[in-house]
Write a protein that binds this ligand. Structure first.
Ligand code: HPA
Length: 274
């Protein structure tokens, strides 16, 4: 099923009613372990996904499932506390639905974060990575089906999905904060099973530094509708097969919790510079 432009508008109109004159400039999709930043938003207006026409619930652990509007570091933001994933049973169009709605509300920039497995053997769990590009080879695109020209063209360019100027901004924010920031390529896998060691070896040969189950669908849609994008990955674990131990969700959540101050500090540093 494809959503119509009128449906996106209906969702946006519902939110406009709630927001009065407020309009977000920056949309933030916060992945595993970072959702708490939504609770730090000043003058917060919170809207549960379940209330918004056509929004889906977020069922992944640690994903609260609400939009929080307000100010962070002086920026007018819309924070998605929890995202939708394809492995929850949603189509890619459903996964990225909120991005288009936030675009209609006026958001010009999308900041995305995720937790992922580290493919690059020179790096370690706990490292933060600035996403310079991604690979998404599997299943269909979130843009499959009738194109909605109100958002963007049929065949959108993807040469610079992750905005170069925002990457520079992130690097300088990290330097100022003394946070070491890797730069690398995120490779999307649909999950929910973690990758096999053979898939991780293939990912490395293809040029990936991280493997994860989110982000690429939202970024494709953001690029299509002309948003600037800044993406970060927290490498919560070495990807499958690198260490002689099984992966577990527990390990991922613990690593995310251990790095939350560093990660949220970097995001705040970036927001200040926007
Ligand atoms: N693979 C995919 N997704 C992930 C991983 C991983 O190793 N760690 C956290 N999210």
């Amino acid at each position: 099923m494809n959503y119509t432009f009128a449906q996106y508008q209906e969702s946006a109109d519902y939110l406009k009613e709630k927001l009065g004159s407020f309009r977000p400039k920056v949309a933030m999709v916060l992945g595993s372990g970072l959702g708490f930043m939504g609770d730090e938003v000043a003058n917060a207006i919170k809207v549960p996904y379940g209330e918004i026409p056509y929004f889906k619930a977020s069922t992944a652990p640690g994903h609260k499932g609400q939009l929080v509007f307000g100010q962070l570091e002086g920026q007018d933001v819309a924070v998605m506390q929890g995202r939708m994933h394809h492995y929850e049973g949603y189509s890619y169009e459903e996964v990225a639905y909120a991005v288009r709605v936030l675009r209609l509300l006026g958001a010009e920039t999308l900041i995305v974060t995720n937790a992922a497995g580290c493919v690059n053997k020179d790096w370690k769990a706990g490292d933060l990575m600035l996403i310079t590009d991604h690979m998404k080879f599997f299943l269909e695109s979130p843009l499959r089906g009738e194109n909605l020209p109100e958002f963007g063209p049929r065949f959108p360019d993807a040469s610079h999905l992750y905005t170069p100027a925002l990457q520079e901004l992130a690097v300088s924010a990290a330097e100022e904060l003394g946070i070491s920031l890797r730069k690398g390529v995120y490779m999307y896998f649909p999950g929910p099973q973690y990758e096999t060691p053979a898939e991780v070896r293939a990912a490395r040969i293809l040029g990936a530094d991280a493997v994860g189950m989110s982000t690429a669908p939202e970024v494709i849609v953001a690029g299509h509708c002309g948003m600037e994008v800044l993406g970060f990955t927290l490498l919560t674990n070495m990807a499958a097969g690198i260490l002689n131990q099984p992966l577990s969700e527990q390990e991922v959540l613990e690593a995310a919790a251990a790095c939350k101050d560093k990660f949220s500090g970097l995001l705040r540093g970036c927001l200040k510079k926007l």
